[in-house]
Design a protein around this ligand. Structure first.
Ligand code: LLP
Length: 432
């Protein structure tokens, strides 16, 4: 039993992804290697997109949160699937622009956007600039004025919701670097300021309560809190806002212990809550935006490494080292995140050993997992880490001057490179 539905074992006892033998992929492209199943990514996009049609009359937009995994091909796929994207930096914007991503389907986030970023976003025509704080509101107004346009914005709210996830990826609490807090009054101040500024058109609100959240109720609660605020704004300012962006954060199966609610159940429950609440408050049904990242790409990706040194310390533990580690997957070192591992070339064998998986960096904390159940490893085996499609490639680094692995997509039994592996020349390209 695997954490992702596109993984299976073939007649050679090898792990397959999207029907392609992972041991062959490791041979063809070398390791470390990220592999992603394109059909699975498209299915996840379609699931979210169709759930808005099914439960909310199509009155909304899915914006794939591209920080989970960004490259030209991902923006092409999102465009092709007729969904939007959430971006958070000039780098993501630039990449999206390379494939002519429709500007009206881009939500641009960030708690400290620079003048250059805001200018480039407005010049490109981004229509959903998510303004994070009062200083940024002034800056956007000033830049829009210089460009002779009106900036269409959402204000990011901090709804004061404490979702059950890792502290570093919680964002909806009052004590957060993001957004304007409803409870402390700065959200209302932001609204009044936005309405008064000449080059700003306030369209609605955004909130994001955190990431890898496995239940639906905190999202429904966040929707209620923001709708209450929309009602308060209507009362105090006579201004009814029409966009409700509920952010992303839907959890996935990293291990079989995780039990996320199905994605379309999310939209079903949120739609029900929004419909009931708007009726109670006498509001129009808002246009809903959701920003799933991890749930679109996470389960669709794996990482392949080759096993190198094996060190058994009797009475302590057995280290199995691989040719990557925190440079391509920092999530265990950073958050203690758990993954499901197996040896791709021994996928039909029992996991009869317990090991610590170590990376190759000069750093004791460079581990992929501890107390990991694994088939008995030998030098040259191919280690597969499952569900690495989100926040692995995008959080990779060149620590110790290790090259970033390439990314291969599989589709219809074929594979193709979508991001080339870095070369040694790439590493010194910008050195003087
Ligand atoms: N929208 C906003 C405004 C966000 O800040 C995020 C994630 C998302 C959407 C997408 O959330 P998702 O559906 O992917 O959970 N590096 C961490 C995750 C940080 C998430 C940051 N914001 C990790 O590896 O778990």
């Amino acid at each position: 039993m695997f954490v992702s539905k596109d993984l299976a074992v073939n007649e050679k006892g090898h792990l397959t992804i999207g029907g392609v033998d992972t041991v062959d992929l490791a041979k063809e492209y070398g390791t470390p290697l990220y592999v992603m199943d394109e059909d699975y990514i498209r299915q996840n996009m379609a699931l979210f997109r169709d759930s808005i049609d099914k439960y909310y009359g199509g009155n909304g937009l899915v914006c794939y949160a591209s920080k989970a995994f960004a490259c030209k091909e991902m923006y092409r796929i999102a465009k092709d699937e007729n969904i939007g994207v959430d971006i958070v930096s000039i780098g993501e914007l630039y990449t999206a622009m390379q494939v002519d991503f429709p500007a009206d389907k881009i939500c641009y986030h960030g708690n400290n956007k620079t003048r250059r970023e805001i200018t480039m976003a407005l010049e490109y025509g981004v229509e959903k600039l998510v303004v994070d704080n009062l200083m940024e509101l002034d800056l956007v107004n000033e830049i829009a004025g210089q460009l002779g346009i009106t900036a269409k914005i959402l204000l990011r709210l901090t709804p004061g919701i404490d979702a059950h996830t890792h502290d570093f990826i919680k964002t909806g609490k009052i004590d957060s670097k993001f957004g304007l807090t409803i409870q402390l009054g700065d959200a209302m101040e932001g609204v009044k300021k936005a309405i008064a500024l000449p080059h700003i058109q306030l369209l609605g609100f955004h909130c994001h309560i955190g990431s890898q959240i496995l239940e639906i109720s905190p999202f429904a609660h966040a929707a209620e809190v923001v709708l209450d605020f929309i009602a308060q704004v209507k009362k105090e300012c006579g201004y009814e806002l029409s966009i409700l962006n509920l952010g992303g954060g839907f959890g996935i199966h990293y291990t079989l212990e995780d039990d996320p609610d199905p994605y379309d159940a999310y939209m079903e429950q949120v739609s029900r809550t929004v419909k009931a609440k708007t009726q109670e408050l006498g509001l129009k049904l808002p246009y809903i935006i959701i920003e799933p990242g991890r749930s679109i790409v996470g389960p669709a990706g794996i990482t392949l490494h080759t096993v190198g040194g094996i060190k058994n310390i009797p009475g302590y533990r057995k280290y199995v080292s691989v040719d990557g580690g925190m440079t391509d997957n920092i999530r265990y070192a950073l958050y203690g995140s758990k993954y499901d591992f197996l040896l791709a070339n021994k996928a039909d064998q029992p996991k009869d050993d317990v090991v610590t998986l170590a990376g190759r960096c000069c750093e004791s904390g460079d581990l992929l997992g501890e107390g990991v159940q694994l088939q008995t490893a030998q030098v040259g085996d191919i280690l597969c880490t499952c569900a690495t499609g989100a926040y692995n490639y995008t959080m990779s680094s060149n620590y110790n001057r290790v090259c970033t692995p390439g990314v291969v997509f599989v589709k219809g039994g074929e594979s193709r490179v979508v991001i080339k592996a870095q070369t040694l020349e790439d590493l010194v390209r910008n050195d003087i």
